[in-house]
Design a protein around this ligand. Structure first.
Ligand code: BEZ
Ligand code: FE2
Length: 407
């Protein structure tokens, strides 16, 4: 593309990318040697990022529940069913307590850790105002939940109203409306079909929780276990609304971000990859809710690493999440795993959210996380590992070419 516009900035990248620089305005214009870029864009403001700096694409947190940001020590950890019962018991008080200030603080915490985009699972629409105001890009997943077919019309109507509301955003609000199906156990297939038709029609990204706990697998396969007691107690029902195969069948032709997937079989993991689906991995949430470890070494789909919400985590910081993943997957070479994890919070998360971002290439949005390493790694192949080990906050977060936060 030929353009006369002058990039506002030209960043020299420092010792880790010797002789490289990036020119950008709101999008990335070119990546080349500083000399070539200065000749091409003589009016651009030149900045040296400085010693120990690494320029990453802005980090992407593909799965977060802002509406549960008030939880710190209310929900019960250790066992998924005990946690879910505690969610039902405390949901109203937690959602009421998550005022705009609380949710904005979670967005600010993400900004501080270099997160320039996130996927917000919205159960009630209570987080829309905050998502409109935050500088980050938001894929706003309007969630559809409800296993009782008698309530389907009412639930779908409410869902549709939230979809329309999130679709009315102005471009500068950077909100992409999207659809979240809660899960195979909590969303009736009648609702799923209607929502997926709408998602396809409007080209909206889709996400769904899948096989987070072993209880979910037992319920969907055999109609037994702790979910049976749960459904009898809270919903006076004793049969699952779907099985795993039929649930996945509904999503054929609609590439979806499936969240957790801890209790998938090897065949199901293969099927997810073959069908073009992505996977979100939330290691701290899985650990705290007693769900176990996702075998990421067997995931062939694009894999996003995400924090989940304060309902099952203690921070919305992706450096914390990457450190946890590094410890959880203890059989992997940490140097190789570190590089994969950084792809899981950048380009693979972007693929999972179906957004053009997550890479430093011409034409991509100028979203960056500047990391400043306190110690220069002796071996360049260990930069990713030391980024994860030694970083608590990004030195600077840049969205659409604007510096939105410095530490
Ligand atoms: C439901 O609305 O059917 C539901 C909600 C939470 C957990 C399980 C089911
Ligand atoms: Fe979730």
């Amino acid at each position: 593309m030929v353009t006369n516009r002058v990039p506002e900035y030209l960043y020299r990248l420092g010792e880790f990318h010797p002789g490289r620089a990036v020119a950008f305005d709101d999008t990335i214009r070119a990546v080349d040697t500083p000399e070539a870029l200065q000749a091409r864009f003589p009016e651009a403001l030149v900045r040296d990022l400085g010693s120990g700096s690494v320029l990453y694409p802005g980090f992407i947190n593909a799965h977060v529940h802002l509406e549960f940001s008030a939880n710190r020590a209310t929900l019960r950890y250790g066992d998924f069913m005990e946690w879910l019962e505690s969610v039902i018991e405390h949901r109203d008080e937690l959602v009421d307590a998550a005022d705009e200030e609380t949710m904005a603080a979670a967005c600010e915490e993400m900004l501080a850790s270099g997160i320039t985009a996130f996927g917000a699972i919205s159960s009630f629409g209570a987080d829309l105002a905050v998502c409109r105001r935050t500088p980050q890009r938001v894929v706003y997943f309007n969630e559809l939940i409800g296993s009782n077919p008698a309530a389907a019309d009412m639930l779908y109507g409410d869902f549709l109203r939230r979809v329309e509301e999130s679709s009315e955003s102005r471009p500068e609000e950077r909100i992409v409306p999207a659809v979240a199906i809660h899960s195979p156990y909590a969303t009736h297939p009648v609702l799923i079909r209607k929502a997926l038709d709408l998602a396809r029609l409007r080209n909206m990204p889709v996400s769904a929780h899948l096989l987070e706990s072993s209880y979910e697998r037992e319920w969907l396969e055999h109609g037994s276990g702790k979910f049976r007691e749960f459904f009898l107690r809270f919903f006076k029902s004793a049969a699952p609304v779907s099985d795993i195969d039929h649930f996945l069948e509904l999503f054929e032709g609609t590439p979806t971000l499936f969240v957790h997937c801890v209790h998938t079989t090897a065949d199901e993991r293969r099927r997810l990859a073959d069908s073009g689906h992505s996977v979100a991995h939330c290691p701290r949430s899985n650990r705290l809710l007693g769900c176990g470890r996702l075998p990421i070494e067997e995931i062939r789909s694009p894999l996003a690493l995400a924090t989940d919400g304060y309902s099952s985590n203690w921070s919305m910081n992706l450096f914390d999440e990457m450190r946890a993943a590094l410890m959880l997957h203890h059989r992997a070479d940490p140097r190789i795993l570190a590089r994969r994890l950084l792809r899981c919070v950048t380009e693979d998360a972007a693929t999972a959210l179906k957004q053009e971002m997550g890479r430093i290439v011409p034409g991509a949005p100028a979203d960056f996380a500047v990391v400043r390493l306190p110690h220069i790694p002796s071996r360049p192949e260990e930069i990713a590992l030391h980024t994860i080990l030694h970083t608590r906050e990004a030195a600077e977060t840049i969205i659409a070419g604007n510096s939105v936060r410095k530490s």
